[in-house]
Design a binder for this molecule. Structure first.
Ligand code: NAP
Length: 486
């Protein structure tokens, strides 16, 4: 097998600014690690503020021409990106596995998911419409004109190195905005590859700029303080989201925030248990549990708790942990040592409060950052893992006896991203759908991500939507004209 790094030649492991691929002005680089082995796989440019502002310069200079590019042309370039990602899916997937650690099968699924945002927004690009009406009191007309918001700054996380950027870049370009993306320092390579692919398919210089850096705080705050920036979209932790919201306030930026979650997955006694088990496995274990929509707390109604727990534990215990490139591996490496240490701490905290571990719970020796699929029961309400985002393959299973009780527990969190409910009773499903304080709900399914659906949270899980028609509206301002027709 070829080296996964072959897909990104050394000249593209640099900053993508305007029509150039260039080193940081300081010449400094930083190392990217393979989390499965702990070895360095590449060095990439470490941008400072001056480099970030050069990228914003490029985005600003390209803004007017991109906004004036016919929507059909913008659409065609997004379609070309979709096709290129699809044609080169294997190469892109291998790079994702290399820098992020997820099993190759999951990396392929991410490429398909990420590519779909380009296809979806290629279709949306030609459907941006205004309205024309008569004012209710008569006498004049009202015309609304949607316009691109202007240069956008994107900050993305490491857990979906392609898809989290794709779902910002695709709608922004569809709407006519230019972009500067700062990918996570742990997974910058996939975003650089996407920028290279978009250059190859003909996206004009300056429309997609990428700034890799180890100095996220100073580079991003300089970008948000610059009045040429008109929008910031962030996917990451609630903690960093709060910081960026404060910074965005000074420049009164449009904001989209896709932040952390603490999803409850509720299994009712009347559920089809096979469906519920399958849904729980997907909701918990997709992306090694490193997903904002991962099931963090699994609540099972008492009559089926024992059977569900037994079968769920068997399935979790049977998963194969290992290097994401190896055949048959279900659970790849976690992103870094602090992530593994955090899981260890959360499990120790729960056990210290009386929880029992049914499978897993013991971290293996290195190299690499691995943690086994773990199931706990008798987890008390005050255990940290019920209040914090676990972000790994650890599942607390908790019994419940009434819908009101479980709904109150499910909603007792600052987060409100997603909830899952498994039941064959339509009324129950609808009561949970109405009662859960979340932006999204999975009913009898554990996977809700879909480029054609509005993804986003309420409460402290975020502001705004990604995907669907709502996704492009995040990148459009509406000008209204009052027109007299004497
Ligand atoms: P993170 O620590 O918040 O980092 C996300 C991004 O923000 C990275 O690019 C990071 O750069 C950057 N960053 C960190 N501190 C910053 C600062 N002071 N100013 C500007 N940028 C800063 O989150 P993560 O650990 O990468 O990702 C996991 C989190 O993302 C979880 O909470 C998860 O729930 C959330 N997430 C949410 C969604 C959603 O759609 N709601 C989707 C995926 C993930 P560095 O890499 O250099 O630190």
């Amino acid at each position: 097998m070829s080296d996964p790094m072959d897909v990104l030649a050394p000249e593209y492991r640099r900053l993508r600014i305007g029509d150039t691929w260039r080193d940081a002005a300081s010449g400094v680089t930083f190392a990217v690690e393979d989390p499965a082995t702990g070895t360095t796989v590449a060095e990439v440019a470490d941008a400072a503020v001056v480099d970030g502002l050069a990228a914003l310069d490029a985005a600003s200079r390209a803004a007017a021409q991109w906004a004036a590019t016919p929507p059909r042309r913008r659409s065609e370039l997004l379609t070309a990106t979709y096709r290129a990602l699809t044609d080169r899916a294997e190469e892109v997937a291998r790079l994702i596995t290399l820098e992020m650690g997820k099993p190759l099968a999951e990396a392929r699924a991410e490429v398909a998911y990420g590519a779909e945002f380009f296809r979806w927004f290629a279709e949306e690009a030609v459907r941006v419409e205004g309205r024309y009406s008569t004012a209710p009191a008569g006498g004049y007309r009202i015309l609304t004109v949607p316009k691109p918001v202007g240069p956008c700054v994107f900050v993305t996380p490491w857990n979906f190195p392609l898809a989290m950027g794709a779902r910002k870049i695709a709608p922004a370009l569809a709407a006519g905005c230019t972009t500067v993306t700062k990918p996570a320092a742990q997974t910058p390579l996939t975003m650089l590859l996407l920028a290279r692919i978009m250059e190859e398919v003909g996206v004009p210089a300056g429309v997609v700029n990428v700034v890799t850096t180890k100095r996220a705080g100073e580079v991003v705050s300089a970008l948000l303080a610059d009045t040429r920036t008109r929008k910031v979209s962030f996917t990451g932790s609630t903690e960093v989201g709060r910081v960026l919201l404060r910074q965005a306030a000074d420049n009164v930026l449009r904001t989209s925030m896709e932040l952390g979650g603490n999803a409850a997955l509720i299994v009712c006694a009347d559920a089809d248990l096979d469906v519920a088990l399958q849904g729980a496995m997907v909701a918990k274990m997709r992306n090694i549990g490193e997903s904002c929509i991962a099931a963090n707390r699994i609540y099972v109604e008492e009559p089926v708790r024992e059977e569900f727990t037994k079968r769920f534990t068997e399935r979790m215990g049977a998963l194969v942990v290992g290097n994401g490139f190896a055949d048959g591996v279900d659970v790849g490496a976690l992103i870094d040592e602090p992530s593994v240490a955090k899981l260890d701490d959360l499990v120790a905290d729960a056990v210290g409060r009386g929880a029992r571990v049914l499978t897993g719970g013991v971290r293996p020796d290195g190299p690499g950052h691995f943690y086994p699929p773990t199931v706990l029961v008798d987890v008390p309400d005050d255990a940290r893992m019920l209040r914090e985002e676990i972000f790994g393959p650890v599942a607390p299973v908790i019994g419940f006896t009434s819908d009101d009780e479980v709904l109150a527990k499910a909603n007792d969190t600052e987060h409100g991203l997603v909830g899952y409910v498994f039941t064959r009773d339509l009324q129950r499903a609808l009561r949970f759908a109405e009662g859960l304080q979340t932006g999204m709900i999975g009913v009898n399914r554990g996977l809700i991500s879909d480029p054609s659906a509005p993804f986003g949270g309420v409460k402290q899980s975020g502001v705004g939507k990604e995907g669907s028609h709502e996704g492009i509206l995040e990148y459009l301002d509406v000008t209204y004209a009052a027109i007299d027709l004497p």
